[in-house]
Design a protein around this ligand. Structure first.
Ligand code: 13P
Length: 335
């Protein structure tokens, strides 16, 4: 397996005009997503679907990396090549989700804390030996009545920083994902306040743990109104609010910010990214690390049927091309 330094991995991850595919849905999550399109969920359908994504033509033009789930790291193409090796041969770096989901912060609370620090070091040496170059840890922050609490933000931020420190000790790149959820009827200002506070705390904890800022990728939410808010917000306003929040809190040493899509539809998530990238001379590379926005249209076309594989792959490549264009500020190109 190729050996790369943290900074070599980073420079591949933030390559222009590419982004990252998050294909790291845990088994219960992908089961829910498949069910919405009437697709059976078995180890083989999951393997087959991931093969559909990874073998689509030309994806290496648009993807610098793919985040895998543990199960997929042990799976192979139909021709018997491990997916991590297959992706690397295409010039795409494989990464791995290393958190182990969430649990309630305290009994009776609605807030969540992410699990997985206890045996992280042991797991990392295994993931690295299986070909992973980078990792992801997702923390979730909910907005609601009396939420988020200071404790929820601080404990999640502290775990993200501890995770990042351990990952860098293994010469791998940590993707730090503090996600402020879109659920709720809050307005965009409330999302901006909570996102600011969350990121501020994350960077304080990162400093406390002496994480190398030049060796991380931040994966934040965009600043948006809640999913059931009555507010109508344009992509220009979302881009402006998101950039203003990030500029006020993300140190310029951070090389890359690669957004999650968070439940926005594909076009919205892609257009917002394009609008942000209209602004030149930002200190960080801004791109995508989407799961749902890249995959829902693919699942919808595939529906678990062999005869739909080719058209599903075409849909996938078209969306990737649009997302890649958005990562250089282009939106609405004919393709
Ligand atoms: P979404 O783009 O669907 O929000 O997923 C990104 C991700 O990796 C969640 O952890």
């Amino acid at each position: 397996m190729e050996l790369l330094s943290i900074h070599q991995i980073i420079s591949k991850m933030i390559q222009i005009p590419k982004g990252i595919l998050a294909a790291d849905e845990s088994t219960p999550t992908i089961e829910r997503r498949f069910a919405a399109f009437g697709i059976d969920c078995t180890p083989e359908t999951r393997r087959f679907y991931r093969e559909l994504l990874f073998t689509a033509p030309d994806i290496e033009k648009y993807l610098s990396g793919v985040i895998l789930f543990e199960e997929t790291l042990d799976q192979q193409t139909i021709d018997g090549v491990y997916f991590a090796e297959f992706l690397l041969n295409r010039g795409i770096l494989p990464g791995i989700k290393v958190d182990q989901g969430t649990q309630f912060l305290v009994p009776g609370s609605e807030e969540k804390i992410t699990k997985g620090l206890d045996d992280l070091a042991e797991r990392l040496s295994v993931y690295k030996s299986k070909g992973a170059f980078f990792t992801k840890w997702r923390a979730v922050i909910s907005i609601g009545k009396d939420m988020p609490t200071e404790r929820c933000i601080l404990e999640n931020a502290s775990f993200l920083a501890k995770y990042a420190k351990i990952v860098q000790e293994f010469q791998m790149v940590p993707i730090i994902e503090p996600e402020v959820l879109m659920d709720g009827d809050h307005d965009i200002q409330r999302c901006a306040q909570v996102t600011y506070k969350t990121l501020k705390t994350v960077f304080q904890e990162i400093e406390r743990e002496k994480v190398d800022l030049t060796g991380i990728i931040l994966k934040p939410n965009m600043v948006l109104p809640g999913k059931v808010s009555n507010e109508q917000t344009s992509s220009d306003e979302i881009a402006k609010a998101t950039l203003s929040c990030l500029k006020s809190v993300v140190p310029s040493e951070v090389p890359g910010i690669m957004f999650l899509s968070g439940g926005q539809d594909s076009n919205q998530a892609i257009e917002n990214l394009a609008k942000m990238n209209k602004e030149k001379n930002l200190p960080w590379r801004l791109s995508f690390s989407y799961s749902r926005a890249l995959q829902f249209p693919v699942m919808e076309t595939w529906r678990g049927l062999e005869e739909n594989v080719k058209s599903a792959q075409e849909v996938f490549v078209n969306i990737l091309k649009k997302a890649s264009d958005a990562s250089i500020g282009v939106w609405g190109a004919k393709g």
